[in-house]
Design a protein around this ligand. Structure first.
Ligand code: GDP
Length: 341
């Protein structure tokens, strides 16, 4: 560890004589700490440290102690494998007491929003994961404005946060804002359906939308490529703003840059989910067993599941939260303040 500077016990008058050099240092962009009066002998030219090099450690320790939270919304037609994918992503069974509706019940079904929360711990790091499920979306006979309850839900969370932030106890705000919405697109169509376009357009200014091609094992590789291309074109054509992966820093190493490129090229991710573990080539893997073979969820040659999981958890969780906070919530907040004045 760098030596920590002792509390400054400055001799009378010393500070004034140094204040000039501190200003000069600022103008020239020199680190102040090099110029702070040394407490040791004047001939000691060793660089002095105040100790702020430990700041990352302090932040790290505090965050680990507090734990992390992340709120993920899943949306799309019922039966596209949303719950199966969420279970595969977080290796938990979030849907133990799910009640499936029959066709008659679904005719007039309004979109009902259900929240599941689990605390996951890995190597001492705690993650409070909230899944916001929107069952029945697009199920009813009349799907006009079926996205309304979902946009209302997102707005309500912003409103609650805005209120808490302006309240007395803003230190312990429970943040329920939705950080990401996984939107499931059917693999059986020829691109986006009108309801997909409407849904994404209604939500794109409020939440980070990550579109997914569901049940990708129903398509062969060339069909997946075509469908991805088609969806990308339509997203452009209809002016839909899905979540944009941030630019990769130029000083990152080549391997990281390559991964980042692949990630961007693979969107929209084609995913497969499974609640069962099967044996493939002597190994137990999460997969789907067909009479003609096994589809492995975590095999990159079979689908983009691993890319999606890495993006959500390992590489972009923080960015998704930042964009929610700095862009989507800021927009909401600005509108609120404008209406008040
Ligand atoms: P949800 O209504 O969108 O939550 O869909 P479910 O997760 O309940 O899945 C509906 C059905 O699709 C179930 O029978 C699943 O086993 C099946 N399923 C889920 N994921 C996949 C997948 O990736 N590929 C295929 N072929 N079937 C899947």
């Amino acid at each position: 560890d760098p030596p920590v500077l002792q509390p400054l016990a400055l001799p009378q008058g010393l500070f004034e004589s140094h204040s000039l050099s501190l200003c000069e240092a600022q103008a020239e962009g020199v680190a102040h700490t090099d110029l702070l009066p040394s407490t040791s002998a004047p001939q000691d030219h060793e660089k002095q440290y105040v100790g702020f090099a430990t700041l990352p450690n302090q932040v790290h320790r505090k965050s680990v102690k507090k734990g992390f939270d992340f709120t993920l919304m899943v949306a799309g037609e019922s039966g596209l494998g949303k719950s199966t994918l969420v279970n595969s992503l977080f290796l938990t069974d979030l849907y133990k007491d799910r009640k499936l509706l029959n066709a008659e019940e679904r005719i007039n079904q309004t979109v009902e929003i259900i929240k599941h929360t689990v605390d996951i711990e890995e190597k001492g790091v705690k993650l409070k994961l909230t899944i916001v499920d929107t069952p029945g979306f697009g199920d009813a006979v009349n799907n006009t404005e079926c996205w309304k309850p979902i946009t209302d839900y997102i707005d309500q969370q912003f409103e609650q946060y805005f209120r808490d932030e302006s309240g007395l106890n803003r230190k312990n705000i429970q943040d329920n804002r939705v950080h990401c919405c996984l939107y499931f697109i059917s693999p059986f169509g020829h691109g986006l359906r009108p309801v997909d376009v409407e849904f994404m357009k209604a939500l794109h200014e409020k939440v980070n939308i990550v579109p997914l091609i569901a049940k990708a094992d129903c398509l062969i590789p060339s069909e997946i490529r075509k469908l991805k291309e088609r969806i990308r074109e339509e997203i452009d054509k209809f002016g839909i703003k899905v979540y944009q992966f941030p630019e990769c820093d130029s000083d990152e190493d080549e391997e990281f840059k390559q991964q980042d490129r692949e990630l961007k090229e693979s969107a929209p991710f084609a995913v497969i989910g499974s609640n069962t573990v099967v044996e493939a080539k002597g190994q137990r893997v999460r997969g789907r067993l067909y009479p003609w073979g096994i589809v492995e969820v975590e095999n990159q040659a079979h689908c983009d599941f691993v890319k999606l999981r890495n993006m959500l958890i390992r590489t972009h969780m923080h960015d998704l939260k930042d964009v929610t906070c700095d862009v989507h919530y800021e927009n909401y907040r600005a509108q609120c303040i404008q209406q008040m004045t």
